[in-house]
Design a protein around this ligand. Structure first.
Ligand SMILES: [Zn+2]
Ligand SMILES: [Zn+2]
Length: 196
């Protein structure tokens, strides 16, 4: 994203009813604003969607039959600046799925899975927290053609490729698609590939 000049420093965590907006970068924008505006300006639509989410399809059918009055209320969503909050300020439920959204609409579910008291063998110095206890290893694919070199390109809907999508090292990619420096056919998409 940095390389393509499309890095967007904005983002938010939605935990329970609070948007924690990442506004540390001066160019970051408040992603929660259009959502909160929509909640305010389209209350009926928002409430309908909310009811669908909380009661599920079955209840909706029951309600249509029985015509019971709505009793659910929209949560009182609000927004705060993320950098003014600490982890100990959060109110959350263990195991509940919360949302992290960044880079426009890239969404991740975050879950606080476990909580416990500090043990004697834990680092006792508060200042060292938060501590990373697990880091996913980066996975690098090999070229699907030579199966020797690390892949640097990936093609999609490429009829000359043995699979879709297909991963190529630079050598194999240029050998298959180019002759004397000229592209032989272009009815496919190609992207730079770095790692999983
Ligand atoms: Zn993402
Ligand atoms: Zn190769």
């Amino acid at each position: 994203m940095n390389k393509a000049g499309q890095q967007d420093p904005s983002g938010y965590f939605l935990i329970e009813e609070v948007f924690f907006n990442d506004l540390r970068d001066p160019s970051a924008i408040d992603y929660s604003k259009p959502i909160l505006d929509w909640l305010k300006n389209s209350k009926d639509e928002a409430l309908k969607k909310w009811e669908c989410i909380v009661s599920g399809e079955m209840k909706q059918k029951q309600k249509a039959l029985l015509g019971s009055a709505s009793i659910s209320h929209l949560p009182q969503f609000k927004a705060v600046d993320m950098d003014k909050m600490r982890f100990c300020d959060l109110r959350f439920r263990l195991g509940a799925g919360y949302l992290y959204c960044h880079q426009g609409d890239c969404k991740h579910v975050i879950v606080v899975r476990d909580m416990r008291l500090i043990h004697p063998e834990d680092v006792q110095n508060r200042a060292t927290y938060p501590i990373t206890t697990f880091q996913l290893k980066l996975r690098f694919r090999k070229c699907s053609v030579c199966k020797i070199y690390r892949a640097e390109k990936v093609t999609v809907d490429d009829k000359w490729a043995p699979m879709n999508p297909c991963y190529f090292c630079k050598n194999c990619y240029y050998m298959l698609h180019y002759a004397n420096g000229a592209l032989l056919y272009d009815e496919f998409s190609v992207y730079d590939y770095h790692h999983e």
